[in-house]
Write a protein that binds this ligand. Sequence first.
Ligand code: KG4
Ligand code: ZN
Length: 360
Amino acid sequence: MENSVTILGIETSCDETSVALMRGGVLLSNIVSSQYIHEQYGGVVPELASRAHQKLIIPVVREALHRSGVHQNEITAVAAAFGPGLMGSLLVGVNFGKTFAFGLGVPFIGVNHMEAHIYSNFIDEPKPNFPLLCLTVSGGHTQLVLMRNDFDYVIVGETRDDAAGEAFDKVAKMLGLGYPGGPKIGGLAKRGNPSAIDFPRSFLNEDRFGFSFSGIKTSVLYYLRDRHLQIAGKTFDDGVPLMPIDDVLLANICASFQSAVVDVLVTKTIDAAKYFGVQDVAVAGGVSANSALRSAMTSAVKKECLRLFIPQIQYCTDNGAMIAEVGYRKFLRGSFSAFNLSAVANADVPVLADKEALSR
Ligand code: KG4
Ligand code: ZN
């Protein structure tokens, strides 16, 4: 029976309309349509994102079915991300998913978007073993999650201000690089010197597995301001014309900023893996596409003789495949959602125990 279970996974939580088909746990198709309309605004405009999802959802579902060779009547269940994310965006996927499932007479499964990011590590072989420690780094979240079993999450640390991806996006905006900033900074950083500028690393000694990225963002701002360098949208500083940033300096700023963020992420992840006695370590979310983070994490994990899991790039940023993966696992457990499930903009990862419970 397991081999014929066919899940349609829908992801519309932010600015990617994505649909995947998975049969028996094997991915058959994964179509991602990114909305470039937001680039000109320097960030995602919620109303435009929602409208774009409405336009795209049916063509993307059609394409995912076509590429997979699956007929809609063969679908066993429909899964859709219900939160966290932008309300107007989530509603498109959730409402389409529920309607499609209802029309087909199959179960509907609501999937938590952050849970799905973690499970993007289970799409390919080999799959991680439990206990697993996952660093989830996206545009809205930075979390260290300990999983003792399937669907058993304990958040052992998270950011108290900006998410790592948000810091990349804000610094990119300051530098006039546009949105999304992560890939742009990552690309420029390849030509820069990561030790050129000593941006601060916020280790928060009192909060061993917690993160803070607002300080480094401000340091980049002060670095530019103190040198009268161009900050996007500004032409003068106290009457002094601002200087353009030359290509070498721009690459150095990107590389140094990226190196400070990566340093903290890697150090805290390894520290937590050792503290909780975990052998398998995973990274997920949009920032896990960053090549500096991927290589620093690979070396650090190797040094500690741990095992590292990082999804293929296409499963790092938002995608339907990770929703289908969770949908498949929930289907096998008979964990279906009611047809009155709605979108929840600030949905948390469904934790089973708090961090203190681990030491009891
Ligand atoms: O997981 P995701 O696609 O959406 C959310 O759930 O937020 O993550 C998007 C975030 C954005 O902040 C983007 O700038 C960042 O991931 N990102 C990157 C890279 N690719 C995407 N950050 C650093 N380096 C990258 N290569
Ligand atoms: Zn995401």
